[in-house]
Every structure is written in structure tokens, then in C-alpha cells.
Ligand binder design. Structure first.
Ligand code: BGP
Length: 466
């Protein structure tokens, strides 16, 4: 049986908008999602898992089940309802209470400053396409560093690539724009620049603690040995992985990244501009990241594609309905023999191993890594308070094994945050795609430990993957 290190963090992950509910309570300002979801009419972010009122209970559950780290995000619009200007003291007090509960129960908080929830006022002005909003983000970060002295682990952003592509390629996040590569690249770059600004601020001011960024990194493989499939995988990788790691750890975009960008832009009539001053700031930050957070759920097999753009996001759990064909990049396909979830996410733990080894090789000063999200969306069966989620346990087991093997191969991984601590609201899938260790009855807000919660407790206590 494989083991994990003695000082390893066995965490649970959440995000403010997905668990808190109370979107109109406590002086919170609006986010673009409020209106977007209301118009869509499929599901509501209220009450979600009601963490705003139930946090004490959830943190108690952490302690009971060996979960010694909690990844959570601060809702920017609870602190600054309009994104800038007047502080909402009720919001500030709420997070102090959450951190105090963490302290009381021996749970280490890992705090993300931005998890998909830019305040609406700023979002309506262009979100991160508008450079003024970078200044607003830096000011918000500074406020948090000065205020929340009890926090030791900070992440600037959650998943810059999905922000850019869900907003401007797939259109499944507000503002719902599709296939606009000029916006995608501008968003990626501006957010990476904003990250660098905040890292430099944190280090220049000598704040105590650690700072990093959370990237979603899904390994890309060619669908076959054919040269054109290999090239398609290279292009998909360059935009979704290499671009971000270059920006984070090099402070410039490597020739490989730039050649892929040129090809993608040419095919899609897009363009980009990376100001010299931005790159200087990014360069200064590139050796100052204390850690890298990796969200990893799946990988992709990519085939050459020469047709028009066509994407269908499977947000319903109807297996086999996903389509991803992107001009100038390629087509993502299913692969015989590789299992996938009802949402068509490929279960391929080798992808995590390969990714970790590649980071160690290509960016040797990565410092250390936390897996900040990994888990399985599943249609759990609730049977009189008992939830036997064996497929989730299987999933977690093989991914933790892969992680353990990467650690043995010399990658410095210090912790793992299972997505998600409790069932919560999923941005584009609603409430039937459950991830939690704890089942949430969304009517009563009662929590029920699933079979996987007992399994995770054992793994955390013994550091043994069974
Ligand atoms: C990540 C996000 C999370 C979470 C998770 C699962 O991309 O950081 O917020 O939602 O994926 O994704 P989904 O809810 O789409 O299944």
C-alpha cells in the first residue's frame, strides 16, 4: 500500500460563491453570476450549502474526519460591495469568525482571493479585460493582507484558464461570449500580470505567510502518434498549461508558447499585446511564488481538427454529449478503455503523475506544490442517511496513488485538498453533480458523512492509501 508523508495536509476545498449562499445578506455586493443565473433559470446560488450560517458545523466536521486543511475563498464583494471604496464591516467580521473556528478546530485555512466572483460593478466594466480592475484587485488584496493576519496561506486567483475560456470561449460563465481569442489571451495575460503585482506587493511589504496561485492543469496527450495529432496536443497544452506556467515561473512567454499563440491567433483572427512593463513585473515575481496550487481532475486526448469551432458543454451529466472542436487547436476525443464520469471527465491518474514530473523538470524553482482540487462529480444515492459512494473512493484512491508516486519520484507536494468538503453548487451544473465528503440535503441543510468521508479519515490518520 502506498503512503503519504507524515506532515501532509489532507484538506477539503470550497469556494465562497459555491458554499456560502446568503448572496443578499450581510451587506454583500452583487456579482455577475447573480443576474446570469437568474436569467438562465436553471438553478440558484441560494442557499447553496449555507456555509454563511453553517460554517462552525462544517469546520467541526473537518476536525472529526481528519480534514486538517480548509481551502476557501473570500468573496471580494462581501468586503468591498462595489469592488472598491467603502468596506463592508459585516463581511470582514464574517471571515474573522470563520478563521477563528478554523483555529479552534485545528484546521489550517488556505485562502483564495478570487474564485470566479468579481464584484458586479467591476465585472460590468470589463472584468480583467479592463486594466483599471487590476488596480482594484491589488487594493483588495492589500486590504486582506493587512486585515486577516490570522491567515498564513494566500492564493491570488483560482483557475485563470477556465475564467478566460468559460467567459470568452465556451460562454458558460458570464458574460457568455464565445470563440473570442483576443479576449481569452488578454484575460489570461492581465490576470497573470495582476497575480505578479500581488506577489510583489506581498513580498515587498514583507507580509508573514506564503503566497501562490491556483492553476487548473489538465494534461494533454496526442490522440495518436500521427504528427498532426501531436501538434494539436502541443497547441492545446501551450494555451492551457505552458502559457500559465511560463507567466508564473519565467515571467515571460517562451518561444514554444509564442509560436502556438501565433498559430491559434492566425486561425481565429485574434491578436495580443504583452506590454514590456508587464513582463518586467512578472519577471520580478517569477522567483517569489512560495507554492503552486494545482487543480487537476482529468486529462485530454487531442486530435488534429480543421473544421469550424463547435463546443457543447455537458453540464447535465448526460454521458457522451460533450463536443470540443476548436479551430487552430484541435478536437478533444474520448479514448477506448479510459473511463469517464457522467460529465465526460476522463479518469486517468497517470495524467497527474506526468504533470507533476513535467513541472519539476521544466520549472525547477516551482518550490512546492499543493493539489488544491481533485475529486469526482457523481450522482450520489441517498439511502436513508447512508451514501455509499464507492466510485468516488476508487477515483480518489487512484489519484492519491499517482500523487504518492510523484512524491517518491522527487516532486515536492505538501498537501491535497479534496474537492469538495461538502456538496455544493456547481457553476455550470447546479446541484446534481455532487463532489462532497459530506452529503448536503439542500432542503434541510443537514450534513451526512458519505462512505468516502470515513475512508478519507482513515487515509488522513494513517497516511496510508487503501
Ligand atoms: C474547478 C473550480 C471549482 C469547481 C470544480 C468542479 O474548475 O475551481 O469551483 O466547480 O472545478 O467543476 P464543476 O463544478 O464544473 O464540476
Amino acid at each position: 500500500m502506498l503512503k503519504l508523508p507524515e506532515d501532509f495536509i489532507f484538506g477539503g476545498a470550497t469556494a465562497a460563491y459555491q458554499v456560502e449562499g446568503a448572496t443578499k445578506e450581510g451587506g454583500k455586493g452583487e456579482v455577475a453570476w447573480d443576474e446570469f443565473l437568474e436569467k438562465q433559470g436553471r438553478f440558484s446560488p441560494d442557499p447553496a450549502s449555507d456555509f454563511y450560517h453553517q460554517y462552525e458545523k462544517d469546520i467541526e466536521l473537518c476536525e472529526k474526519f481528519g480534514v486538517n486543511g480548509l481551502r476557501l475563498s473570500i468573496a471580494w464583494s462581501r468586503i468591498f460591495p462595489d469592488g472598491t471604496g467603502k468596506v463592508n464591516e459585516e463581511g470582514v467580521a464574517f471571515y474573522h469568525k470563520v478563521f477563528a473556528a478554523c483555529e479552534k478546530h485545528g484546521v489550517l485555512p488556505f485562502v483564495t482571493l478570487h474564485h470566479f466572483d468579481t464584484p458586479k460593478v467591476l465585472f460590468d466594466q470589463g472584468d480583467f479585460l479592463n486594466r483599471d480592475n487590476i488596480e482594484a484587485f491589488v487594493a483588495y488584496a492589500k486590504f486582506c493582507f493587512d486585515e486577516f493576519k490570522e491567515v498564513r496561506y494566500w492564493s491570488t486567483f483560482n483557475e485563470i484558464y477556465p475564467v478566460a475560456t468559460n467567459q470568452y470561449l465556451l460562454g458558460i460563465f458570464p458574460p457568455g461570449i464565445t470563440y473570442d481569442f483576443t479576449k481569452i489571451i488578454a484575460c489570461l495575460h492581465n490576470m497573470m500580470y495582476a497575480h505578479a503585482r500581488v506577489v510583489n506587493l506581498f513580498k515587498d511589504e514583507g507580509y508573514a505567510g506564503e503566497i501562490g496561485v491556483v492553476h487548473s492543469l489538465e494534461t494533454k496527450y496526442p490522440a495518436s502518434d500521427a504528427l498532426e495529432d501531436q501538434h494539436a496536443a502541443f497547441l492545446d497544452d501551450a494555451l492551457s498549461i505552458r502559457f500559465l506556467l511560463d507567466a508564473t515561473y519565467l515571467g515571460y512567454y517562451s518561444d514554444e508558447t509564442l509560436s502556438a499563440l501565433a498559430e491559434i491567433c492566425e486561425a481565429n483572427g485574434a491578436s495580443y499585446d504583452f506590454p514590456e512593463e508587464d513582463l518586467a513585473e512578472m519577471k520580478r515575481a517569477s522567483h517569489r511564488n512560495d507554492y503552486l496550487g494545482i487543480n487537476h481532475y482529468q486529462c485530454h486526448f487531442v486530435k488534429a481538427y480543421h473544421g469550424e469551432n463547435a463546443i457543447h458543454h455537458n453540464g447535465t451529466g448526460d454521458k457522451g454529449t460533450s463536443v470540443y472542436k476548436v479551430k487552430g487547436i484541435g478536437e478533444r476525443i474520448y479514448k477506448e478503455g479510459i473511463p469517464r464520469t457522467d460529465w465526460d471527465w476522463l479518469i486517468y491518474p497517470e495524467g497527474l503523475y506526468d504533470l507533476l514530473l513535467r513541472i519539476k523538470e521544466d520549472y525547477p524553482h516551482y518550490n512546492k506544490i499543493y493539489i488544491t482540487e481533485n475529486g469526482m462529480g457523481f450522482k450520489d444515492q441517498f439511502d436513508d442517511g447512508v451514501i455509499m459512494d464507492q466510485p468516488r473512493i476508487e477515483y480518489l484512491k487512484v489519484y492519491l496513488e499517482s500523487l504518492s508516486q510523484a512524491i517518491s519520484a522527487g516532486v515536492n507536494v505538501k498537501g491535497y485538498f479534496l474537492w469538495s468538503l461538502m456538496d455544493l453548487f456547481s457553476w455550470s451544473n447546479g446541484y446534481n453533480k455532487r463532489y462532497g465528503l459530506f452529503y448536503v440535503d439542500f432542503e434541510t441543510q443537514k450534513r451526512y458523512p458519505k462512505e468516502s468521508a470515513y475512508w478519507y479519515k482513515f487515509v488522513s490518520e494513517t497516511k496510508t492509501i487503501i
